[in-house]
Design a protein around this ligand. Sequence first.
Ligand code: DGL
Length: 259
Amino acid sequence: MKIAFFDSGIGGLTVLHQARKILPDEDYLFYADTAHVPYGEKSKEEVRAFVLEAADFIASQSVKALVVACNTATSIAIEELRRTYAFPIIGIEPAVKPAVQVSTRKRRKVLVLATELTLKEAKFHHLVERIDHDEIVDSLPLPGLVRFAERFVFDPEQVIPYLKKAASGLNLSEYGTVVLGCTHFPLFKDSIRQIFPEDTDIIDGSIGTSNHLRHQLAERGEIGGGAGAITFYRSGIAVADPQLLSHYHDIFKRLDDLY
Ligand code: DGL
């Protein structure tokens, strides 16, 4: 049986890239809801319906686990998905807790980069309230990065001016830690790194999520049995277009360089 990864678009590949490092002997199904991307600029009700529709399709493919490799979808629908399906469902949320824990240095402030919807949701506010006792956490939505990624645009010459404009209201030299709270954002780590001081830590949740996945499978004695193959779907349709498959391959190569 396969392990399914789900995202609104190609962002989930950043989590799958990490999971394959620690779970190489698995086969994977990667589902991008490209008919409805971006989620981050839509309403909660719309995103909930998209996620439930995608999960319904994924469940019909007999999978042994589902990784919701999308912070936005996790914040909207993870509890409902867990109530609906018997296989393990692993979500991802902005890594605020590790960020606050490591930020003991001179520049203590933490900046969380995510989608507008993730930052608006109660789940994020509760997370920050629980952890941010010294009020060191700020946040910034970056919808443009999702749009760049879906067009396979990663050129720093285009990305950096966008980032600088989006962050123009903040003093970027104050932040010691930056959290990539949207799975599309690790694809831009090179450009993001350039707008912050050199020693700023940039963290994301893909390692934690992948470890959690491994742990859940181990508990059920379900690790292994595959050969590292990935089957790609776009909103319920299997991807056969060689050009698109080669774009996905390029994304993995990009992530090999960045991580
Ligand atoms: N990759 C997604 C996330 O982690 C959502 C991007 C979007 O569709 O706006 O939040």
